[in-house]
Design a protein around this ligand. Structure first.
Ligand code: NDP
Length: 280
């Protein structure tokens, strides 16, 4: 098995392009063990970037992650997020400390503002800077920021250090290709694509199924390979079932042809004008 390709964060640190999401994990006590096992299997397969958030299951997802990474923290590039309602200067620091306790670790590798809220961005940035100084987070970034939000952010003191923008991006949600993706590319800010298989809703699509059948692959693998062909996009599917974890990992071996891409473009066209950033 080939190692998972990596991309460079603005700091120069390399992270795997394929990671694991955790939304809806930790919601039921009964399934927590299986969820942690699925994440551990993903780690064994090299998907060492794990994305979580204080929001998911009210901290429950972070507890599942803690179980998954126990004893192997150094293998993992850990991403978590602060809720906008907590993102004041003091609130961000306290939220981070609560996340660290739930994650049972001393540091988060990348800490994101989950989406924009009422607290001034400048305050959140000050808190991020303080958390970096204290060694509690290594990098910070944002999520669900459209191009105008990114402009505003990078104009603030320290704002240019943003490590990523995590956004909704998949075959059926190509809005960012019009302006946000090129904007980030120009500045070498990698995008992290969330809901890469549209939470399963695109998997019945006829074209996706036809392309998949041509390769002896699954529609989910085609959807992931379509994102992964862009070398500067990180992709974080969530999989609670081991067979899904293995399938997603194997999407890296699938190379789409020019014919596949053209067919997918016809079924899922790229936007020809600005589409406001969608979020789930
Ligand atoms: P995904 O597009 O990753 O879809 C997850 C769903 O697809 C689950 O039901 C999973 O099932 C199923 N699935 C996974 N792999 C396969 C496969 N190979 N074949 C068929 N079904 C499959 O949606 P998410 O919304 O979970 O997005 C991924 C991650 O992105 C989240 O978990 C979260 O970490 C992050 N996110 C961030 C947001 C933000 O605002 N910043 C918003 C939304 C997501 P099963 O679990 O049973 O294996």
């Amino acid at each position: 098995m080939q190692p998972i390709p990596t991309l460079s964060l603005p700091s120069g640190e390399r992270v795997p392009v394929l990671g694991q999401g955790t939304w809806t994990m930790g919601e039921s006590r009964r399934s927590r063990r299986e969820e942690a096992e699925a994440l551990r299997l993903g780690l064994d397969l090299g998907m060492t970037l794990i994305d979580t958030a204080e929001m998911y299951a009210d901290g429950g997802a972070e507890e599942v992650v803690a179980e998954a990474i126990a004893g192997r923290r150094d293998e993992v590039f850990l991403v978590s997020k602060v809720l906008p309602g907590n993102a004041s200067r003091r609130g961000t620091i306290e939220a981070c400390e609560r996340s660290l306790r739930r994650l049972r670790t001393d540091r988060i590798d990348l800490y994101l503002l989950h989406w924009r809220g009422r607290h001034p961005l400048a305050e959140t940035l000050e808190a991020f800077a303080e958390l970096v100084r204290a060694g509690k987070i290594r990098y910070w970034g944002v999520s669900n920021f459209d191009t105008d939000d990114m402009e505003e952010l990078t104009g603030l003191p320290g704002g240019a250090a943003v490590a990523t923008n995590q956004v909704l991006y998949n075959l059926s949600r190509r809005g960012i290709e019009y302006d946000l993706l090129p904007w980030c590319r120009e500045r070498r800010i990698p995008i992290m694509a969330y809901s890469p298989i549209e939470q399963g809703r695109i998997l019945e699509n006829t074209v996706l199924r036809r392309v998949a059948a041509r390769h002896g692959a699954t529609p989910a693998q085609v959807a992931l390979a379509w994102l992964l062909r862009q070398k500067d996009v990180m992709v974080i599917p969530k999989a609670g079932r081991p067979e899904h974890v293995r399938e997603n990992r194997a999407a890296l071996d699938l190379e789409l042809t020019a014919e596949d891409l053209a067919e997918l473009d016809r079924a899922f066209p790229s936007p020809t004008r600005k589409v406001p950033l969608e979020m789930l």
